[in-house]
Design a protein around this ligand. Sequence first.
Ligand code: TYD
Length: 216
Amino acid sequence: MVKPETDNPISTSTEFMNKFITFEGMDGAGKSTHIAWFAETLRQRGLDVVVTREPGGTLLGEQLREILLNRPMNIGTEALLMFAARLEHIEQVIRPGLRAGKWVISDRFSDASFAYQGGGRGLSWEKLSQLEQWVHPDLQPDLTLFFDVPVDIARQRLANNVSLDRFEQEQADFFERVREGYHKRIQQHPQRYAVIDAAQNLEKVKLQLENIISLV
Ligand code: TYD
């Protein structure tokens, strides 16, 4: 949500009806499959929708993604590069999109840094909060769809992939911590999450999404 440039809390300007929606979940949760459908459903309502992703979403961000997903590095470097890519993404894509009245859907955002760099890698929550405060003190998703799935199911799904990136190659205990990281973050900001039971088959997950999309 970008704060309106008016102090009037009851402003009914439709300029800010558009939303910033993020999709989160651990590798293998299946979120990517559903983003295209979600965006298409909003478009069918006549809405202008931008679909983007992190790390990435800009030219520089996609180059950083290539490095982040493939090169070994210090945990701090990993967190800083995630937030560097995010700053570009916010300034070049997310804010301009929202200001132009578009709906912005991002495949991952800062929750992933708390879950992966915080939960998975063990970087302190406080350092991540400082980065978040620096990079987007006044911006949070209006809605985050969290695709929750037990680690063993997520790993079975990943097993079908031909090539796995640096994160996908991690062991089960890493993903248990990632999942805990997401749950911790959800407990801290429960109002903006919709938790989806992604252990179910595609059709049942889609039914859950249909419910959610009818409310946005
Ligand atoms: P992912 O979104 O899963 O893309 P794909 O489905 O195409 O593989 O890949 C991005 C990876 O980056 C994922 O493993 C999570 C990781 N990641 C972080 O560790 N921290 C972050 O802040 C973000 C945005 C992603």
